[in-house]
Write a protein that binds this ligand. Structure first.
Ligand SMILES: C[S@@+](CC[C@H](N)C(=O)[O-])C[C@H]1O[C@@H](n2cnc3c(N)ncnc32)[C@H](O)[C@@H]1O
Length: 221
């Protein structure tokens, strides 16, 4: 007997995302359809001809859907998550689709444990970090209560704080040749724009979800 509103995906242990089946457990967020928009844009970027080796970094990978869905177009994928249990799920998913491919699975607070990347690589950072304001249950469906809190809530004030931290880490790492695609909340475009003003050296733009709300960011250096 499962609790009320228990998600069917956790009962079946399965989700279909971007043409593939993924294993899910209550340790990971149930992938959302909108995230396929981020994957489509990432694939367009990766299909451009680059001369350097291409490394994809999936930050807060959860079940690993993002990195796995673009892995055929990258030389290597690095999966990062603060949750070892989520990383184990992402590794199982990645290996089931790409048994031979180069990949790393690293417990990391955002980019803190990002391994050294060869300077001549092209880096594509992909991320759907927790962005919901602390305990903002009013905007969430009833079954969300069964998903890991660590996958949902950003921080106290705006929910965008985790993105502020990751941007600051990128600036500190002085990464060159990188692009970043991120997904955030339906009401966070303005805050994203104001935070990104701190980094005038980056070119940033936004793109919309299926309902026309701009909740994806693209940053190019
Ligand atoms: C919204 S879920 C996204 C999962 C997956 N990428 C997807 O799109 O379905 C956010 C993920 O970020 C991870 N996370 C939370 N805080 C983190 C941190 N400080 N550093 C790295 N990962 C973190 C969570 O464990 C969770 O897997």
């Amino acid at each position: 007997m499962h609790p009320e509103n228990y998600p069917i995906e956790y009962i079946d242990w399965k989700v279909h995302f971007f043409g593939r089946d993924f294993f899910v457990t209550p340790d990971v967020l149930i992938p959302r359809l909108e995230t396929e928009i981020l994957v489509k844009r990432a694939r367009q970027i990766l299909q451009q001809k680059w001369n350097q080796p291409t490394i994809v970094v999936d930050i807060g990978c959860g079940s690993g859907i993002i990195g796995t869905s673009v892995a055929d177009l990258a030389d290597e994928v690095i999966f990062l998550d603060i949750s070892p249990a989520a990383l184990a799920v992402s590794e199982q998913n990645f290996r089931s689709h790409f048994p031979e491919k180069q990949a790393q699975f690293i417990v990391s607070d955002l980019l803190t444990s990002l391994p050294a990347i060869p300077w001549d690589s092209q880096i594509l950072l992909l991320t759907n970090l927790p962005y919901i304001k602390a305990d903002d249950w009013i905007h969430m469906s009833a079954d969300t209560v069964h998903e890991p809190r660590i996958a949902l809530f950003g921080w106290e004030l705006t929910g965008f704080e985790m993105y502020e931290r990751v941007f600051a880490q990128i600036a500190e790492l002085e990464l060159t040749h990188f692009q970043l695609l991120c997904e955030f909340g339906f009401d966070q475009r303005e805050i994203a724009e104001s935070v990104l003003k701190k980094y005038p050296q980056w070119q940033s733009s936004f793109f919309a979800d299926y309902t026309g709300i701009e909740r994806f960011g693209e940053i190019i250096i």
